[in-house]
Design a binder for this molecule. Structure first.
Ligand code: NAP
Length: 340
């Protein structure tokens, strides 16, 4: 059976997901879209052969939709996810699940009340081959206990809309989820250092680079450099220092170029290039999960834990202080699946 998917928000990410659902994911196609911009929505709907439904709530409630993808502005996510849960609809929500932890908790509570998982959150790093392989090695235990992590998240450049808070909320949030999943434990302390020395390539509203520190419940220490005007490409690194060795991501390229006395490998230009396979895999898992009536990808609880952590990082940045990360107790609905 081909699942009928409705997509709310057809900007850059929405269109990217439409393309993957229609062309690279098995078992589903996009049959309806909704967007605040009616003219664009009608035009794009005609282009891809999907019905344009101007009211997102009508799309969610439609009997002709089996699953909903939310790729609209961040502040709309919570409302649409709650609406999907109310209508017993499986929903894939791009990060963030909500703009704050209280909003994420509203979603967790709604799902718990339903008694089943309907929500998958768009944390695609868990589906990246490099992170998957690191997790497998750590789980084997031969490297011993992880002690320290050194991570970088670098973009070639960002536009003038990208400001200082976005380094935590839009950028570091991916490490926050992926590292919690890799280590299989929660974070308890956050700190952010804004170096005095900044790149001259930044603008007035953006402190760049930033240096973030996290500590887990067992005491693993993580440093994360977020540098979003590094100029040379999209460069994601993660090195885990363990008792008996070290394991880290390599730059996933399939070729190197030798020319003019140089031997070099390509650095991806952006997140779409770097994580294309991971995005495809996260959607295949979601579609398969709907068919089996069992959603196993990143959960609403993972969305909540990412939110409490980024909130603590933001507070730490604003106060210049180490900040304790507080969170609620995990409901039993999520227990058997935690860190899958
Ligand atoms: P975008 O290009 O601005 O697209 C958002 C779209 O939603 C626009 O078409 C916007 O319309 C529409 N929209 C806004 N409010 C709406 C509403 N109430 N109902 C329906 N449609 C509405 O942004 P984007 O880059 O695609 O990002 C979309 C989401 O994906 C964001 O939540 C972002 O955080 C997330 N994201 C995730 C990743 C990842 O790696 N997982 C990467 C990038 C983005 P207008 O054009 O008229 O404003």
């Amino acid at each position: 059976m081909e699942l009928r998917i409705g997509v709310i928000g057809i900007g850059a990410m929405g269109r990217d997901h439409v393309d993957r659902i229609n062309n690279r994911v098995n078992g589903a196609s996009v049959t309806a879209i909704s967007d605040i911009n009616r003219e664009e929505g009608l035009k794009y709907g005609a282009e891809i052969g999907a019905e344009f439904i101007s009211n997102a709530e009508d799309l969610i409630a439609s009997d002709e939709i089996d699953g909903v993808v939310i790729t609209s502005w961040d502040p709309t996510h919570e409302e649409y996810v709650l609406e999907a849960i109310k209508n017993n609809k499986y929903v894939f929500c791009e990060k963030p699940l909500s703009v704050d932890s209280a909003g994420c908790m509203n979603i967790v509570n709604a799902e718990v009340e339903k008694g089943e998982r309907l929500v998958q959150v768009g944390f695609m790093r868990r589906f990246d081959r490099g992170y998957e392989d690191i997790k497998k090695e750590l789980d084997k235990g031969q490297l011993g206990e992880p002690l320290l992590l050194h991570c970088t998240h670098r973009n070639a450049e960002v536009d003038s809309k990208y400001d200082t808070p976005m380094a935590v909320e839009n950028t570091a949030v991916h490490e926050v989820d992926a590292l919690r999943w890799l280590l299989q434990e929660d974070f308890v302390q956050a700190e952010v250092i804004l170096p005095k020395k900044q790149t001259t390539n930044t603008h007035a509203n953006l402190h760049d680079p930033q240096f973030m520190l996290l500590q887990t419940e067992s005491g693993v220490c993580i440093d994360l450099e977020v540098f979003v005007n590094c100029k040379f490409g999209y460069d994601i690194n993660c090195k885990v220092v363990c008792e008996n060795g070290e394991i880290g991501l390599t730059n996933p390229t399939y070729y190197s170029i030798k020319t003019e006395n140089k031997d070099y490998k390509r650095v991806p230009s952006d997140w779409k290039e770097r994580f294309i396979e991971a995005y495809d895999k996260e959607f295949q898992l979601w579609v398969d999960g709907i068919k089996q009536e069992s959603i196993t990808g990143p959960s609403a609880w993972d969305g909540y834990m990412a939110s409490v952590t980024t909130t603590a990082l933001s507070l730490a940045r604003d106060t210049g202080e180490k900040t304790t990360i507080n969170f609620e107790e995990m409901p039993s609905l999520y227990k058997q699946e935690q860190f899958v």
